[in-house]
Design a protein. Structure first.
Length: 240
């Protein structure tokens, strides 16, 4: 305290006065310093980013990176729909539309070798529930192994519950259109979800070439994965 500051007994009164002024200045400086430290704690927290505002929760209504997922089209002519349910309780309805071959079935693709092409099939995928379900592609494309180039046959895999002479090549599935104005899939916390009741046209196409003598009649759509059918029996989707 200022009253106890006595460096030299012979200047006792003068030093007391100076000490009072120094004490007041020190108190003010200390208050400012405490405020600055407190402000520094707020501004320099490790989890704070001075270049960003507060974090915002993800919105289920935002499409995120899912995009428009193709144009809106009328419901195509399709075979009889078949329903499937996953262990998580997601419900889907699938109906085959058509199959065929194309050198670019999903847009820009490397040209296949001479004498070969790519196989594809289209089907309608519907969320059969009144709540969003995970976007999944249950159907797989099969063709006779004899229609696969000999250099690719080891990549064409048989599957449980499918006729022995049929196999499936590595393939890719993509939504090409929304049926009847269906809303596009949405992102929910990193998972792509299908809105309740929405239907899409999905194209599945081989990533490896097939012989160019493959016909639409050679191609089949099956659902065989145990996630959708647990009796190890492939379920065929019939074309119209």
């Amino acid at each position: 305290m200022a009253t106890s500051y006595r460096p030299h007994r012979s200047h006792r009164r003068k030093k007391k006065s100076n000490a009072g002024r120094l004490g007041l200045a020190g108190a003010l400086a200390g208050a400012v310093g405490i405020a600055a430290v407190a402000a520094g704690i707020v501004v320099l927290r490790p989890d704070a980013d001075p270049g960003e505002g507060p974090a915002k929760p993800a919105s289920a209504g935002q499409g995120g990176g899912t995009g428009a997922q193709g144009p809106s089209v009328p419901a195509p002519k399709a075979g009889p729909p078949v329903g499937f349910m996953t262990p998580e309780g997601y419900g889907y309805s699938l109906a085959a539309v058509k199959a065929g071959t194309d050198k670019q079935p999903l847009g820009a693709t490397a040209a296949p070798p001479s004498g070969t092409t790519y196989a594809y099939a289209d089907y309608v995928l519907t969320n059969s529930q009144r709540r969003p379900v995970l976007l999944d592609y249950p159907a797989d494309l099969f063709l006779p192994k004899a229609r696969v180039p000999s250099s690719m046959r080891e990549r064409c895999m048989p599957q449980p519950g499918i006729p022995d002479d049929m196999c499936t090549l590595p393939n890719h599935s993509k939504i090409t259109a929304r049926v009847g104005g269906a809303k596009a899939p949405v992102d929910e916390n990193g998972s792509t979800m299908i809105p309740a009741g929405a239907s899409y046209v999905v194209r599945i196409a081989t990533e490896l070439p097939v012989n160019d003598d493959v016909s639409a009649d050679d191609l089949r759509l099956y659902v065989w994965n145990a996630r959708f059918t647990n009796d190890r029996k492939g379920i065929r989707l019939a074309f119209p």
